[in-house]
Design a protein. Structure first.
Length: 252
């Protein structure tokens, strides 16, 4: 896997197809895989949160999510093949799990959201082996949830909890979970359950999913995206100005 270090964060510059192949092979080999996707907000947060940075960089597979990261990295001369969106990867992995008879555990969201997500997933993938699910509000007794996941015999675990809680939870418990593959999926369950809708394809392609989220939840999202997007743009411009002309030309 091709690695890059962009704004102090190590990531893998791979395609969706390559990502799926790698994950499938590692699950079949029973090789534990800790996965994460990096978007603009997470990239900014690892600059100041050492615990989150450790959790991200301890992962075996770090995909680039968010067109802002793709464009920013390309602007600085990095060869990024494409974006690997976490929600798209989630859907692909459910399909793979159904085809390969991999068992799945769903963790996160409110009780209503996890119930609806589980129902929707089973309806779309009737042969999928969903061996367990639980809401994301368990912080007073993490150990019992970890034991529940391990006892389920799940091979794939999807964790739909906000950042940095999900990254730190996964990093802390890692192999104690007893799964072969674990991935943080953020707000994906809200999309699956129909609580929020995903941006139209043209907005995804133009890197405007953040704006769509703000329009849906302005009170909660506007400050987060205003701050992180502004800081990201500043870091990109600063780094570009630091590049020597000869170095930039060599990268092209």
């Amino acid at each position: 896997m091709k690695k890059i270090t962009f704004l102090g964060c190590t990531m893998h510059a791979v395609t969706m197809a390559d990502t799926l192949t790698i994950i499938k092979q590692r699950i079949q080999q029973k090789t534990f895989t800790q996965h994460v996707v990096v978007n603009v907000a997470k990239l900014i947060n690892v600059q100041k949160d050492d615990r989150l940075k450790q959790s991200v960089e301890s992962c075996d597979l770090i995909n680039i999510d968010g067109m802002g990261v793709v464009w920013g990295a390309r602007f600085l001369g990095y060869d990024i093949p494409e974006r690997v969106a976490g929600v798209d990867l989630f859907y692909h992995l459910l399909k793979m799990a159904e085809q390969e008879n991999f068992s799945v555990f769903l963790l996160g969201g409110t009780q209503e959201v996890i119930k609806k997500t589980t129902e929707t997933v089973k309806k779309k993938h009737p042969s999928l082996n969903v061996v367990g699910s639980h809401h994301g509000y368990f912080w007073d007794d993490e150990a019992s949830i970890v034991e529940k996941i391990k006892a389920s015999g799940a091979q794939l675990l999807f964790v739909a909890i906000t950042s940095p809680k999900k990254e730190n939870f996964i990093d802390q418990w890692q192999e104690a979970l007893g799964v072969d593959f674990v991935m943080g999926v953020g707000g994906t369950f809200d999309v699956v359950a129909g609580k929020v809708s995903r941006a139209p394809l043209w907005m995804q392609q133009w890197g405007l999913e953040w704006l769509y989220r703000v329009l849906q939840e302005p009170g909660r999202m506007w400050k987060r995206y205003l701050v992180t997007n502004t800081l990201f743009a500043t870091l990109i411009v600063t780094e570009r100005l630091r590049q020597r002309p000869w170095k930039t030309r060599c990268r092209r």
